[in-house]
Write a protein that binds this ligand. Structure first.
Ligand code: ZN
Ligand code: FE
Length: 255
């Protein structure tokens, strides 16, 4: 049985996710922007939190960890590379490490760029990847610490997962990402129709996440940086894919 995944809106525009293994009752949360909505969701479902999986050190992803540990006794997993700036870890992990959640096994991916220690959690049997501020719906995280080349490589790793994979990202930035995406990929019919779906979802207050990797591959300009129509729209037909990615990221920073 695949993990049950619950999307929890937190703060103004963050998301946490619950992962629940019905067979064993094991339950994890990915990131803790705030405690209230997470505890409320656990209570409503009668689930007991066993694990906290941290993606990166930014406050809007970790500031509730200490309080949630105190409330639940859950064990905390995060990047070994960032252990010095994360809450105390019960388990420090890196690329390739296994995450056991009940009967399901996940795998850690290093996805530096937004921060140097950013990791993602991939659960292949449940076809889901928790990407926070690396790959986002129609976007990618701002490069606070890493280089464009690092983020391009990280996105390539995520893009290589099976296309049906659910991309569970960390923020509700999709509508403004869509507006930007249309400036660099204006003639992409999949992007145009996704933008309309995103606008409709937001008008009704519905989350636009998770998305599927297939959708991102077809519409996310940061994954499509190598596409000939994007390169020519940017006037960069001779550039490498990574150079084109860097230019799209620069433009987004100014958008
Ligand atoms: Zn962040
Ligand atoms: Fe964030």
């Amino acid at each position: 049985m695949p993990l049950e995944i619950v999307t929890i809106p937190c703060l103004a525009d963050n998301y946490a996710y619950l992962l629940h293994d019905a067979a064993t009752g094991a339950t994890a949360v990915v990131d803790v922007p705030e405690v209230g909505p997470i505890v409320a969701e656990l209570k409503a479902r009668g689930w007991r939190l066993s694990d906290i999986l941290i993606t990166h050190h930014h406050a809007d992803h970790i500031q509730g960890v200490a309080e949630l540990v105190a409330a639940t006794g859950a064990k905390v997993t995060g990047a070994a590379a960032d252990a010095h700036r994360l809450p105390p870890l019960d388990r420090a992990v890196a690329e390739g490490d296994q995450i056991n959640l009940g009967s399901e096994t996940g795998r850690v991916l290093d996805v530096p760029g937004h921060t140097l220690g950013h990791i993602a959690y991939h659960f292949p049997a449940s076809r889901a990847v928790f990407t926070a501020d690396s790959l986002m719906a129609l976007g990618c995280g701002r490069l606070f610490e890493g280089s464009p080349a690092q983020m391009w490589q990280s996105l390539g790793k995520l893009a290589a997962l099976p296309p049906e994979t659910l991309v569970c990202s960390g923020h509700e930035y999709t509508q403004s990402n869509a507006r930007f995406a249309l400036t660099v990929d204006p003639d992409n019919p999949a992007l145009i129709s996704r933008s309309e779906r995103v606008a409709a979802a937001r008008a009704e207050g519905r989350p636009t996440v998770p998305s599927t990797l297939a959708e991102e591959l077809a519409t996310n300009p940061f994954l499509r940086a190598g596409a000939p129509q994007i390169k020519s729209a940017l006037g960069l037909s001779e550039a490498t894919d990574a150079e084109c990615f860097a230019e799209i990221r620069r433009r987004k920073d100014r958008f």
